[in-house]
Design a protein around this ligand. Structure first.
Ligand code: GLN
Length: 286
C-alpha cells in the first residue's frame, strides 16, 4: 500500500482540502475519518500507519467532499455538542452555536435553583437552549416552541434521548404556540441576519427561516418585543440573542415597546450578543 493510503497521509491531504472552508480543517478531518472507520479519534493518533479498506475510504472521501462543498460538520455527523449535551441536528434545524451558551448562562444566573419557574424558549430549533436550561434546572418547567414541525420533531427526540423530562415542545409561530400561558422568563435566539448580508453565502446549508429576519435583520426582534410581554408575569425577564452590531437597535426597539432595565451582555469574545429586558409590573401598554 502506498504511503498515501495511510491514516496520517489521508488526514494531511483531507485537512489541506478543507482549509478553504473550515476554521478547523485538521479536527474536521480527524472526526470524519474516525467516523468512517467507526473508531474513537484517539485511534487515529495511535495508528497513523494503518490503512483503510475500500468501503471506509469511500465513506471518508464522500464525507470530505460534502464538507469541502461547505456543508456544516454537524449535518454530516448528525450531531452537535451544546452545553455538554450531544444534540441530534438535521438541515431542518440551525446548528447550535457556542456563542448561544451565553444566553443559557445568563438565564441560569437568574433562575433560582430551588424554584419551579416556568421558562419559555421561542424558536427552539434542535431544542438546544430549552434542553440546557431544563437539564440545569430540573425543578423548572420549560416550554419550547418553533414554527417548524420538523424542527420540533428533532427537539423532542433530543429530549427523549437525553432523558430530559421537564421540557415540553409545541409547534407554532412565536407566542401563538402558547395561548393563554404565562412564564417567569422568555428566552430566544431568533433569526437576526440581514437579508443582504454576504455572510449568508457561508450559511447556505442551514434553514434560511432560522437565520434571516428582513432587510435590517430585526423583523423578529420587533415581533418578540411586541408580543413577549403578554406571556410574561409582572417583572418577568426577556433574554434575546442578536448580532454583535445590533446592540443599540435592539435596545431601542425594546425601550420603544415599553420594556425596562434593558441591558446587553458581551460574549466571551467581548462582543455584545445578549440583551435582557424586564416587563414592568402591570404595564398597560405591554
Ligand atoms: N449566530 C448565527 C450566525 O451568525 C445566526 C443565528 C441566528 O440568526 N439566530 O451564524
Amino acid at each position: 500500500m502506498p504511503d498515501s493510503g495511510r491514516i496520517a497521509n489521508l488526514l494531511a491531504q483531507a485537512a489541506k482540502r478543507l482549509e478553504p472552508v473550515s476554521d478547523s480543517p485538521r479536527l474536521d478531518a480527524d472526526i470524519l475519518l474516525a467516523r468512517a472507520i467507526d473508531m474513537p479519534r484517539s485511534y487515529l493518533f495511535a495508528h497513523p500507519e494503518d490503512t483503510l479498506d475500500k468501503a471506509a475510504l469511500a465513506r471518508f472521501d464522500a464525507s470530505i467532499t460534502r464538507r469541502v462543498a461547505g456543508e456544516p460538520l454537524a449535518y454530516i455527523t448528525g450531531t452537535k455538542e451544546f452545553w455538554s449535551l450531544e444534540l441530534m441536528v438535521t438541515p431542518d434545524t440551525l446548528v447550535p452555536r457556542p456563542e448561544t451558551e451565553l444566553l443559557v448562562e445568563l438565564a441560569l444566573r437568574d433562575i433560582p435553583r430551588e424554584s419551579a419557574w416556568r421558562v419559555l424558549d421561542l424558536g427552539t430549533g434542535s431544542g438546544a437552549i430549552a434542553l440546557a436550561i431544563g437539564k440545569e434546572r430540573p425543578l423548572c418547567s420549560v416550554v419550547a416552541t418553533d414554527r417548524s414541525e420538523a424542527a420540533i420533531k428533532i427537539a423532542r427526540q433530543n429530549a427523549r434521548q437525553l432523558d430530559i423530562a421537564n421540557v415540553e415542545f409545541t409547534v407554532g409561530p412565536w407566542t401563538d404556540a402558547v395561548p393563554g400561558c404565562r412564564f417567569d422568563m422568555v428566552v430566544s435566539n431568533p433569526p437576526y441576519i440581514r437579508a443582504d448580508d454576504p455572510a449568508l453565502a457561508r450559511l447556505a446549508f442551514e434553514p434560511e427561516s432560522a437565520l434571516v429576519a428582513g432587510l435590517d435583520g430585526l423583523d423578529d426582534v420587533r415581533i418578540l418585543a411586541n408580543r413577549c410581554a403578554a406571556v410574561l408575569v409582572d417583572g418577568g425577564k426577556l433574554l434575546l440573542e442578536h448580532g454583535a452590531d445590533q446592540e443599540k437597535e435592539v435596545a431601542q426597539i425594546l425601550a420603544d415597546a415599553g420594556w425596562t432595565a434593558v441591558a446587553c451582555t458581551e460574549d466571551h469574545a467581548g462582543r455584545p450578543r445578549v440583551t435582557a429586558a424586564r416587563r414592568p409590573a402591570s404595564s398597560a401598554n405591554l
